[in-house]
Ligand binder design. Sequence first.
Ligand code: RP5
Length: 163
Amino acid sequence: MSPLVGVIMGSKSDWPTMSHTAETLEKLGIPHEVTVVSAHRTPDLLFSYAEQAESRGLRLIIAGAGGAAHLPGMCAAKTHLPVLGVPVQSSMLSGVDSMLSIVQMPAGIPVATLAIGKAGAINAGLLAASILGHEFPDYHVALKAFREQQTQTVLDNPDPRLP
Ligand code: RP5
C-alpha cells in the first residue's frame, strides 16, 4: 500500500527521536514514508513536498524539528493536510525552543503540537492512527488493541520493585 503518513524531519540528527514515530506506525501497520526535509537548508524541497503531499495520497504529515523549528509551521502553510509537530530535544535549550517555535502558531495555520522528544514522537504515531481510524477501520482496531495491551501491562505489574 502506498504511504498514508509522511514523516519528515529537519535533519538526519532528528532520526533517533523520529524513529519512535516510524516504529509506532509500523507497530500499528500504517504505511508511511520517512524523509529528511529542512525548512532552511532545503526550502524548495519542503515547498514541493508539502504541495504534492495530498495528490500523492498522504493523509497527514508528521514533522519533527529542533531549535528554531519552523519545519512543521512552514509545512502546514503549504498543505491542507493535518500537520502534527514533534519538538525534538535540542542540546542548548533542551527542546523548549523547539516546542515554543512549533506550538505558538499564529491563528490561521494550525499545527497539532506533541510533547518534546520521544513521548511526542510516539504520540504523533498514535494520534495519526486515531485520525486515520475514521477512514481505515483497521487502524482504529490496531489502536484499540495497543491501548488495551498497555492497560493490561500496567495492571499485571502493580509492584514497582519487581523487574
Ligand atoms: C533543525 O536543526 C533540525 O530539525 C535539527 O533538530 C536541528 C539541528 O540540525 P543539525 O545541525 O544536527 O543538522 O533544523
